[in-house]
Write a protein that binds this ligand. Structure first.
Ligand code: HEC
Length: 174
């Protein structure tokens, strides 16, 4: 080996050793940094991640599945009935007295039949309950005045209208 080669080899191995040292140093530094850096624990981030990776459809199976399904159905029901007056209740007395009906029917406004035998009682006897319900839902103009469809509250359901009319007829028999 020539003397120059030996000088080169020496310098080159020093360089390699230096680079290995730098590489190790960087690896240790990165390892250290990684240990210090906290991963995101923000519940908002966790929630949005969960939402993003949630399956598009859910399969409910077994006993746990049945419970989940019931909970989902209850939630859907609650969401739907939130838009229906009285939370979807079919308590006729409540719908009549807290709803629009009482405004006209208690005082007989515009010829609205009152809750007595001569009022709604006579109409029930003449037409039958189903017919009264049908007309109260659709609304109509009779000989004495105008009954607005669903008493003016279009959000009342058919079942709620039926309950209110049943309450009116029952009151007229007292
Ligand atoms: C704006 C006043 C008004 C409101 C509010 C109102 N009604 Fe009437 N309703 C009338 C009038 C007036 C009549 C009678 C119309 C006629 O026969 O000429 C009537 C008639 C009726 C009848 C008799 C139907 C028939 O065939 O003879 C029923 C049942 C009835 N209303 C139920 C209800 C119910 C239930 C509500 C509440 C959800 C309600 N009404 C709210 C004015 C009203």
């Amino acid at each position: 080996m020539r003397a120059l080669d030996q000088v080169f080899l020496k310098k080159f191995s020093i360089l390699i050793a230096f680079l290995i040292a730098v590489g190790l140093g960087l690896a240790l530094f990165a390892h250290n940094l990684n240990g210090q850096k906290g991963y995101p624990t923000d519940p908002g981030i966790a929630r949005s991640t969960a939402e993003r990776i949630a399956p598009a459809g859910a399969v409910y199976a077994g006993a746990t599945g049945a419970a989940q399904q019931a909970a989902a159905a209850a939630a859907a029901q609650a969401a739907a009935s939130a838009n229906v007056p009285f939370g979807g209740s079919t308590d006729g007395a409540m719908i009549f007295n807290d709803g629009p009906c009482t405004a006209c029917h208690t005082g007989g406004v515009g010829g609205a039949p009152r809750l007595d035998a001569a009022g709604i009682g006579a109409r029930a006897a003449a037409q039958g309950l189903d017919e009264l319900v049908k007309k109260a839902i659709a609304g109509f103009t009779g000989s004495t005045g105008t009954m607005p469809a669903r008493g003016g509250n279009a959000a009342l359901t058919d079942a709620q209208m039926k309950a209110a009319v049943e309450y009116m007829v029952a009151q007229s028999k007292k």
